[in-house]
Design a protein around this ligand. Sequence first.
Ligand code: IVH
Length: 755
Amino acid sequence: MTAPKAPQTPAPQKTPDTDSLRPLPVNSLSPDEAAREHAALTDRIRALDEAYYQEDAPDVSDGEYDALRRRYEEIEARFPALKGTESLSNRVGAAPVEKFGKVTHAVPMLSLSNAFSDEEIAEFVARVRRFLAFDDEVLEFTSEPKIDGLSCSLRYEQGRLTVAATRGDGAQGEDVTANVRTIADIPQELKGDDVPDIIEVRGEVYMAGADFEALNARQAAAGEKLFANPRNAAAGSLRQLDPKVTASRPLKFFAYAWGEASALPAETQFAMVEAFGRWGFSVNPLTIIARSAQELTQHFHRIEEQRARLGYDIDGVVCKVNRLDLQRRLGFVSRSPRWAIAHKFPAEQAITIVEGIDIQVGRTGALTPVARLVPITVGGVVVSSATLHNEDEIARKDIRVGDTVVVQRAGDVIPQVVRVLADKRPPQAHPFAFPTTCPACGSHAVREEDPKTGKLDAVRRCTGGLICPAQMVERLRHFVSRNAFDIEGLGEKQVQALFDWGLLASPADIFTLEDRNAASLQRLENREGWGKTSVKKLFAAIEGRRNVAVDRFIFALGIRHVGETNAKRLMRHYGTVEALEQAALTAVTPAQEQLAAQASAGDDALLPGLADTAARPRRLKGNEAWQEMTNIDGIGAVVAEGVVDFFQEPRNREVVAALLSHVTPAPMEAVARESPVSGKTVVFTGTLEKMTRDEAKAMAERLGAKVSGSVSAKTSLVVAGPGAGSKLEKAQSLGVEVISEDDWFALVGEADAEA
Ligand code: IVH
């Protein structure tokens, strides 16, 4: 990246922070000192970049900025372990995201689930067939290379390119229209007489290998930063503030998918891509139609064999169901289509030495062992640490400090230790003793026992909860993260700093920060790494989140097992934080019921064999509030227990109450547009003849309905097929509307075609 340019007449300079940051030559820094300085420099440079890009007068000169940057790079060169994903050097050429306008994708840009073996492809094919209830019918798939670039959505209206956007988080991307207009492979205007009025063509922006080499040679000659791989080069080139820079970079594009479309020119995946070709796009010539798992894997191995000669990077092959009507029936699970899968190439491996085993404490208190490695390049990326998952894994592989090990990484996955080279083990290496106390707070660290199976959880967890500083910072980081409260300007580093200064100890503190800052002697804006503008922006960002959507609010709390999807499911059902809290407080879990029974009846009643068979099922069902929660589609006992445990802990309720005194959550956004069944609770029972049970469920959910397994007064509609029994009777006795499968299609068919 070029240095932010200072204004012609630099503002009077503050005491340069560089003084305190440059006491020692890089060579004589200890790893700890280097890490501290690296973190400080990251903050400083980021703040300067922000100031520059947001057109505030930067408060350092060009030379000073360059010096900071050089020092930063020298530290990373000497301590490559610091080059994490957060490294500014990894963001060569990438301008701050805020600079690009946001584009909301009319149809989300999804990701693909992965397969790593021929067997998994066979399972995928079997799964699709099962879902569609295809026995002997021919089922076609397409198979094509998975391009290692970055995906882009191109909107054409009346055949003219109007908007181009990156994938972003899948829902919202960055507006890169001006840059995309400079890519020769992307037509400004589509040709042909079957171009729909509106069509979003999607595909991959990438850089060919030779172009990448040439670009890096130019960069080197100009004394500019080198790109690590073609993918980074493509990303850095597309996300340029100045389209002229993009224009000078040799980017290419393959079209393979689409988003919103007023009409479709074809009925199969293959014919759609052919249409893209006619309209003027490059499409991948290695795309074929396959009729079985075997044909799919054959094509995969053919492509794998040609991989090195293709001239561009690919990281696997994508298999898609060919017929679009079947794609529609299959729908999506979470963020990936059921009708497609990425068959990835095996991970790349390298050999290195374990320098140490560190224990990290996660936001849920999980103790994760991480191998500190002698840095090594694996598949073009420097790897200096690898996850060891848990203590059983360390024991199983018998990984010891000092061992020589094989590490591998696949795509963006965290590097892993595959195995130990036992003959290279130093004689003094001894088996690793996993700590039984939390390295962050000293509390006991325990392995939970699964109530059903009696098996020990693989993960050891700190029991310190809210008193554990490691969990506190992690909880706060999670709280402000992108899919939670999404507070811009409050990244991991800032959270850590505010925590270290005692300004942030609980989520509610975020919302009193501004007032406390105003009353403070040592204001935030005077501290290292902060400035007037960034502090002002931060407070504005916080202010803007006082009405965060309620599902984000719940997700932000970091309740065990409650991720984004479960937070949405819970909120779709309960609507408000208060209602969920009330339900969790009222709920009696089977485990609690059992304990209560134990207390009143004495332990004998629970001994196997002696346990009363009639009483047992009743005891294990939990109360009504519990059943209501576990009846929510997608919410099982494990998730519900996480919710109940969370709210039954008084300290957690205090946290929530404090937060609610500053935040008024907004209702969550509707799932689907209006449909005749949105918001209703539907039960399917009996034999369905036109769709499988999974398909029925997916369809109802797509239309905004909740699907439940049992009939109650809350059920709005029962779809009954032949052979329906007790559920049908119950519905009739409760006066719940009952319809046939045909009625169901008559009711929702049209809405589904639009959804
Ligand atoms: S299809 C709904 N086809 O892989 C699925 N994706 O892991 C749409 N990718 O974000 C994706 N080559 O960036 C598809 N031939 C291909 C692809 C491809 C590369 C990327 C794409 C996507 C990611 C998913």
